[in-house]
Design a protein around this ligand. Structure first.
Ligand SMILES: [Zn+2]
Length: 341
């Protein structure tokens, strides 16, 4: 996995005026060929990623189109939100692994069984990574990025991507909070003007209370990982235990002036019940992404805020520095968004 490739997960819009053309090439790694049989996001949703906030129904439409077109992709609806929107898992791996998913899952679960795990040959077992986006509906850059990640994983060609897919089963969950995401997309898309406005007092950047951070009942789903009171969480936790992934990501979004936060959080606030190894491994993931951001000169930080104490809150956080509460076209807006994750 090259740093340049990883950078696609943390893209930044640099368009400075409304006339600039957004291009898919901007987001994707260089020197990669893409399978022309795989539909691009624009060919399905009718606009380039970043031109408008993606509505949840368009997001779903695209992921089903990918699953139809690609033998690397299988799609599963695992729950419905309060407003009856589907919650999806896009399973992405090599075509051979996709044909063998049930067996891979059965073997993988043995890792969590002390009596069986010692006998496993880890070199032959794909890693399982659960990638999840935008549990806070108004931190929408995650779900918009998910379009690009899914396209890349389904369409990119070459030895590197094929090796990834042979060695990984990716469970891509494009929207942890469909009702919040859709509420936010509707608000921003209906308020943005013909020209980009960076004034933080602009109506586009000031969604009225209670906003779309929460789900239908204004519940913060990032506090529901442990209580599990809502259908979105119930389905997700069921899916989590069905697979017991090696890595789970939870992509949030930072404010304009918040740079880019990685877990781990403040060390003095670690939960003593969490093994120290977990923090060490989290640090390794952070280092990897930090190197990628060094390549493109983007600021970031960790261990200076947030914490891992409350287990009902996930913060494998990847901030996206593209003014996500505002028009996706405006990266230069000056509003100081507080990082509320
Ligand atoms: Zn958040």
């Amino acid at each position: 996995m090259t740093k340049r490739t990883i950078a696609l997960f943390s893209f930044i819009l640099i368009l400075t005026n409304s006339e600039a053309q957004i291009s898919l090439d901007y987001y994707l790694p260089e020197n990669i060929n893409y399978n022309p049989a795989i539909p691009t996001p624009q060919s399905v949703i009718g606009h380039e990623v970043g031109e408008w906030h993606v509505s949840h129904d368009k997001l779903v439409q695209y992921l089903y189109a990918l699953a139809d077109a690609s033998d690397r992709v299988e799609i599963e609806e695992y729950a419905r939100s309060h407003e009856n929107r589907p919650l999806l898992t896009l399973k992405i791996s090599s075509p051979e692994n996709i044909q063998n998913l049930a067996n891979i899952r059965t073997e993988h679960l043995k890792l969590s069984d002390y009596n069986q795990s010692k006998a496993l040959d880890l070199s032959k077992m794909p890693l399982v990574a659960y990638l999840g986006y935008s549990i806070h509906g108004n931190e929408a850059s995650g779900s918009n990025a998910a379009l690009l990640v899914a396209y890349y994983l389904a369409a990119a060609q070459g030895d590197e991507i094929e090796k990834w897919l042979e060695n990984m089963v990716i469970l891509l969950d494009p929207s942890y909070n469909p009702d919040g995401l859709n509420r936010f997309a509707s608000w921003v898309n209906s308020k943005k003007g013909m020209n980009v406005v960076s004034d933080p007092n602009n109506i586009e950047q000031n969604e009225p209370w209670p906003g779309s951070r929460t789900n239908h009942y204004w519940f913060d789903l990032n506090r529901d990982w442990l209580p599990i009171q809502h259908p979105e969480s119930k389905g997700r936790i069921r899916q989590y235990h069905k697979w017991k992934p090696n890595v789970l990501t939870d992509h949030h979004e930072m404010g304009t002036n918040g740079t880019y936060f990685f877990q781990p959080g403040i060390p003095s606030r670690n939960n003593p019940l969490v093994p120290s190894k977990t923090y060490e491994l989290t640090q390794k993931i952070a280092d990897y992404h930090a190197n990628a951001l060094d390549e493109i000169g983007t600021l970031y930080y960790s261990k200076e805020s947030f914490d891992d104490f409350y287990m009902g809150k996930r913060l494998q956080l990847s901030g996206f520095e593209w003014c996500g509460r505002h028009s996706l076209r405006t990266s230069k807006c000056q509003r100081t968004c507080s990082a509320e994750c």
